[in-house]
Ligand binder design. Structure first.
Ligand SMILES: [Zn+2]
Length: 135
C-alpha cells in the first residue's frame, strides 16, 4: 500500500486533464508491393516500396487505415504519444483504485487468483472440498 493513495490519484487525474488530443489505434510503418509486375519490389524483398507511416484503428469493428505523409506524421505524432500516456495513466489509476479497495475491505491481494489456480490444478481436491462443504 502506498503512503498516500489520494495524493497519487490527484497527480494522475491532473496529468490526464492536461493531455491534448488522443488518437485511438496505432501508428505503424509499412512497406508494400506495387501493382507493376516487372517492378523490383516483386522479386527483391529488400526493394519493397516505403516505408510509409500509417494509422490504423477499428471503427465499428472494421479496420480503418490512413496513410500519413511526413507533415501529417509530424502533426499527429504527439496525439499518439498523448493516447499512449493516457492508457498508462488509466492503468495506474485502476491499479491504485484496486489497491485502495482491497485495503479498505481487508481483501488480501490475489486471494481470488490463488484459489482459482489451485482449483483448476487439483481438480480432485476441489471436488473433495465441495463434498465437505455440502455434507
Ligand atoms: Zn513496385
Amino acid at each position: 500500500m502506498r503512503d498516500n493513495p489520494n495524493a497519487r490519484r490527484r497527480q494522475v487525474t491532473t496529468e490526464m486533464s492536461k493531455l491534448g488530443f488522443c488518437l485511438p489505434g496505432s501508428l505503424v510503418q509499412r512497406t508494400s508491393r506495387c501493382g507493376t509486375p516487372n517492378c523490383a519490389c516483386h522479386s527483391d524483398p529488400t526493394r519493397l516500396h516505403g516505408p510509409y507511416w500509417s494509422w490504423t484503428r477499428k471503427v465499428n469493428g472494421k479496420t480503418v487505415t490512413r496513410n500519413l505523409d511526413a507533415g501529417q506524421l509530424e502533426r499527429y505524432r504527439p496525439w499518439f504519444d498523448n493516447a499512449s500516456r493516457l492508457r498508462a495513466l488509466v492503468a495506474e489509476l485502476e491499479a491504485l483504485s484496486a489497491e485502495v479497495a482491497e485495503q479498505a475491505e481487508g481483501w488480501g491481494p490475489q486471494v481470488g487468483r490463488r484459489q482459482r489456480v489451485c482449483a483448476t490444478k487439483t481438480d480432485g481436491g476441489a471436488r473433495g472440498r465441495t463434498r465437505v462443504s455440502t455434507a
